[in-house]
Design a protein around this ligand. Sequence first.
Ligand code: 4AD
Ligand code: MG
Length: 459
Amino acid sequence: MLIKNILTQSPMSQDVEIYGWVRTKREMKNLVFVEVNDGSCFAGIQATFNEPDETLANEFASLTTGASVKITGKLVASPASGQAVEVAAVSLAVLGKAPAETDGDIPAYPLQKKRHSLEFLREIAHLRARTNTFGAVARLRSSMAFAIHRFFKERDFQYLHTPIITAGDCEGAGAMFQVTTLSAKEAGQWAKDFFGKQTFLTVSGQLEAETYAMALSRVYTFGPTFRAENSNTARHLAEFWMVEPEAAFADLKDNMDLAEEFLKYIIKSALEECADELAFFDTHVEKGIIESLGQTANAKFTHVTYTDAVRELEKNKSLFEFEPRWGCDLQSEHEKFLTEKIAGGPVIVTDYPKEIKAFYMKLNDDNKTVRAMDVLVPRLGEIIGGSQREDDYEKLCNRIKEAGMSPKDYSWYLDLRRYGTAPHAGFGLGFERLIQYISGMANIRDVIPYPRAAGQAGL
Ligand code: 4AD
Ligand code: MG
């Protein structure tokens, strides 16, 4: 039985078997306490050996932090504070040792200390899930992924699998990883390549999601996306997971409402389903995070146009490293200022200048701005980016050309505007940014099991 189930479901005096990894051992005269964790929940369980049998002496010797064990005994009320139950243990088997000292070729188990730096743990990513922090992050990720599917299922969005390998550049950003089987000598001879043309890892499933939204009305994708941006920041990865809903017969207002409802739903799920994990993050990672998430879950998000946001930032320009100016992208410091200082909560910024947004966004009547929306949150800045899509054939053709691309390459995408076009809108949520926001973890590399970022692709 998993420790989670023993702690929540087993009746007292029941005989139990526990399996897990030793966190700590304390030996006293005639008494040995072992704390075992199996990762099924935040808490571990204590096994107490009272006057242990001498035949167990060997086993106790190899019962060190990190060793895997099987312990049997009876579930009893615990006299110790901080735990309701413990196991009055009768048998012990060490299944796999984890030496505390270097032993021949095997270095000592690296997780000896109670607290290691996150930087150190990044170097042993294959073992870091055994720590409180990374165990909590992993369970939070799993729970949030499930909540995301539930949210969309409850609203009749169909889950769509969009391709990972693509020939198009969705964001027009040019920061893509190439996929090729050509040898170095054949480089550039795309006709000879595996697909007969140049291909890449996708930066977003959006364009393909649009084709299905224009048939099934409501769809969403949830998959890995790849960006070869060389930005070495605490919020960028080269491989990250994105959730992208797309709805037909929907405009920017519907899109903003969906994004707000979505974020609040996910945060409430975290507060309800990951209470132990959040209590840990609140104490050890970001003080007050539970209260601030509670506020976000109940707040009305502030709406502001890009133009008004820039006006507000200009009034405070002495505070910024990058001067805010109409036409320039908002920097992370600007986004944080808008959420933390002006709104005191999440902000949805809309109607950005067309020059700084992707070609597919619907042009406003002013011919200068597009129906874009970015959802910004305190501590992090942008967590969601989306828009109403251009549904007019001519206008979309022009935007493709203006972006230096060829309408021929997007003929399938343009077909959606040729045949049965309709207003439609969608957005993308960076899953790791969401986990950062909910956990308070400062670096995005610590909220994905195996981070891929510029110069970093080890296990
Ligand atoms: O704003 P972005 O680039 O929007 C799109 O890709 C659209 N196609 C989405 C859509 O409308 N369907 O990315 C969406 C979100 C960002 O708000 C951010 O949370 C996250 O994806 N994101 C990243 N997360 C981690 N590392 C990166 N390099 C990221 N780039 C974007
Ligand atoms: Mg964006």
